[in-house]
Design a protein around this ligand. Structure first.
Ligand code: KDG
Length: 368
């Protein structure tokens, strides 16, 4: 090939790469359908146009918040984002415009947190598990069987201890504004009924990207694989893993019953969500707008927790109706699981500041 021809070829290649890159970005900004859950049930991937990018409202606004989550637009987590949008836009008379994205349209928990740090996204609401990759202290909240019930979780998280953890996010250029709720995690798989520790033997289970989760499942004899939520449905469908663990709401609303046969109420971990904002963006807001987003994150969180809780039992019923076999896990079996995992908890606790660990345990005891 002569020099001119090869230059032309390189030029064409570069412009088509640029076009592909721009196309992808525009799709996200216009709130196009998620590509992460395309194999999922049809009703779960619909985009609620009302809440997506409205170019006129965005043009009139002083500030735009792009808020993204991993779960789909049927989930209470997304309803919470819609509530946040409603409050903020109303109270600022549209000076802050909120765009809401679901189903990993803007990325998974980790990449969205990184985008917040870089200032290329403003809000995300990850589980605490991936936050531990940024701030190891957050692994405390993922100690299996830590919170006995959601009332205790609320009291601890919404109190002084919870605030202490939110403040730790500052150093990561993240602003923690509130705790929302993912919920008690339960196990599904396509291989067998799971009622006791022994039943975990050899099961390949997708976990969140968190070392403590991996070690806890290893301790129970399972074969855990960390994976972003955006890849999970396909992994279950293709049999890359036998199972996964998530609250009933997620199992039902993400259509996992289509590719999983067994569900057990292991309730092994209570997962909080953390509503967070890019700190540099938060700092750029005038004081009165900061107050509005602070209280909107809390108010939307209360609403989100309520929705999450009121439908939880209903979701289990729906899973059974969809044909899943439900296995009830007894308190004794849960206690046995806790005992098997205890050395893992001790190992992780030993790596953290002892007084902080004590403080969390004390706050739980006080709230009980
Ligand atoms: O929007 C939150 C999700 O991205 C994720 O945190 C959900 O629990 C979850 C999981 O298993 O990844």
């Amino acid at each position: 090939m002569n020099k001119k021809l090869s230059l032309l070829f390189v030029g064409l290649l570069m412009s088509s790469m640029l076009l592909i890159a721009c196309g992808g970005n525009n799709n996200a900004e216009e709130g196009s359908e998620s590509n992460s859950n395309d194999n999922n049930t049809g009703n779960n991937t619909e985009v609620n146009e009302d809440n997506m990018n409205d170019p006129e409202a965005a043009a009139d606004a002083e500030f735009t918040i792009r808020a993204g989550i991993g779960l789909n637009n049927e989930h209470p987590q997304y309803k919470g984002l819609e509530k946040f949008k409603e409050i903020v836009e109303e109270q600022t008379d549209g000076a802050i415009h909120v765009e809401t994205y679901h189903s990993g349209q803007l990325g998974d928990d980790r990449s969205m947190m990184e985008a917040l740090q870089l200032g290329s996204q403003e809000v995300t609401v990850p589980s605490t598990a991936p936050i531990a990759n940024f701030i190891s202290e957050f692994s405390i909240f993922d100690f299996p069987f830590l919170f006995p019930n959601s009332d205790v979780a609320d009291e601890v998280l919404d109190g002084e201890v919870g605030q202490k953890f939110l403040d730790m996010l500052d150093d990561q250029n993240l602003k923690g504004l509130a705790y929302w709720e993912n919920g008690f995690r339960d196990l599904t798989n396509s291989d067998r009924e799971v009622a006791t520790v022994e039943d975990f033997e050899g099961l390949t289970i997708r976990t969140m990207e968190n070392d403590l989760h991996l070690d806890a499942f290893r301790a129970m004899g399972a074969n855990p694989t960390p994976m972003a939520f955006t890849e999970l449905f396909t992994a279950l469908q293709q049999g890359t893993v036998d199972g996964q663990e998530n609250p009933f709401a997620t199992i039902y609303l993400e259509g996992f019953y289509e590719v999983q046969d067994y569900v057990s109420d292991t309730h092994h971990i209570y997962s909080p969500f953390v509503f967070m904002m890019s700190k540099s963006f938060y700092d750029s807001l005038p004081d009165d707008y900061q107050e509005i987003v602070d209280s909107a994150a809390l108010e939307a969180g209360e609403y989100q927790r309520e929705l999450n809780r009121e439908a939880n039992d209903q979701y289990l019923e729906e899973l059974i109706e969809e044909g899943m076999t439900f296995t009830e896990v007894t308190d004794e079996a849960r206690e046995e699981m806790r005992e098997v995992i205890e050395p893992v908890i001790e190992e992780y606790a030993a790596q953290l500041d002892q007084s902080l660990v004590d403080e969390v345990f004390q706050a739980i005891e006080d709230a009980e």
